[in-house]
Design a protein. Structure first.
Length: 293
């Protein structure tokens, strides 16, 4: 089909050999991809639907052209909300097959806990680009551990059916969570509330009822973000899964040795952890650790 205007986009494409073919008044071919998207989404979701997603690179021309066609057909908006996510970069570079830094969700799930990966993505705003590094995933994994350790601190599994009692502080934290999510899915803000609740669940100066309710609210809100779906299995983990917590514990003893200027002990702990492939780094803000490559 001929263009009448240089800015017209393709509605019908001549098929190449091996491609699916349909008959049309303009000869054999197939719809252009802007058309394909509109037809498929309207068939399954209706003339107008709520949310249309896609990568930030699809805003123009793809989504612009989808919208133009749909509006021309029905006179209604195609979607109430258009949401565009930022790119995923790998170690500072765009993920691409040619750079060989390409992996699938399945690959990464074989290596890391699903909740750590979920946490990693939710810790940034969905519209921002996000940089994937092993360090950041391991950091996310430790953060998730932190939430679970708060559940352990209140013996969550034994008390989870008890009533959640909302006091003023918890009501305030819940509103903060909701306000964050209402603000174009500010999941980083919502996650900060989960940490605040984890802190309360571990806070020995609060009553047990207050600590338990904090934990119960953390699970209720975390569930909205897809956390804690497997809480039973996670909390009854075997010792092999405790390694991150054990390292934290050993490092806390080393910190005590450093506080009392027992440098010999502090160095010995660092060297011994080093032999196990665990690298400890000291900075004015405290000690961090990571697995050596
Ligand atoms: Zn599309």
């Amino acid at each position: 089909m001929l263009k009448r205007n240089p800015s017209d986009f393709t509605l019908w494409k001549k098929s190449k050999a091996g491609e699916p073919v349909w008959q049309s008044p303009w000869g054999e071919g197939r719809p252009g991809w802007h058309t394909e998207c509109v037809v498929m989404s309207q068939k399954y979701l209706g003339e107008s639907f709520d949310i249309h997603g896609g990568g930030i690179d699809l805003v123009f021309p793809h989504h612009e052209n989808e919208l133009a066609q749909a509006t021309a057909i029905s006179g209604k908006p195609l979607a109430n909300y258009w949401m565009h996510n930022g790119f995923l970069n790998i170690d500072g570079e765009k993920m691409s097959k040619s750079l060989k830094n390409f992996f699938t969700a399945r690959d990464i799930l074989a290596e890391y806990d699903a909740e750590a990966i979920r946490f990693f993505f939710l810790s940034k705003h969905y519209r921002s680009p996000i940089d994937f590094t092993r360090e950041l995933i391991e950091e996310a994994d430790r953060a998730v551990h932190n939430l679970y350790s708060a559940l352990k601190a209140v013996d969550y599994l034994a008390h989870r059916s008890e009533a959640l009692e909302m006091d003023e502080v918890l009501t305030g934290l819940e509103s903060e969570f909701v306000a964050g999510m209402d603000d174009d899915f500010n999941t980083a803000k919502a996650i900060a509330v989960l940490f605040e609740l984890a802190k309360r669940a571990r806070n020995a100066t609060l009553s047990y009822a207050e600590r338990l309710s904090s934990a119960l609210l953390m699970v209720k809100l975390g569930d909205i973000l897809g956390f804690f779906s497997n809480v039973e299995a996670k909390l009854s983990r075997k010792i092999v899964d405790l390694s991150a917590e054990l390292v934290e514990l050993i490092i806390s003893y080393r910190n005590k040795a450093r506080e009392s200027k027992d440098w010999a002990m502090s160095d010995q702990i660092r060297n011994d952890l080093g032999k196990l492939g665990i690298e400890v780094k000291d900075s004015p803000g405290g000690s961090t650790w990571s697995m050596k490559e």
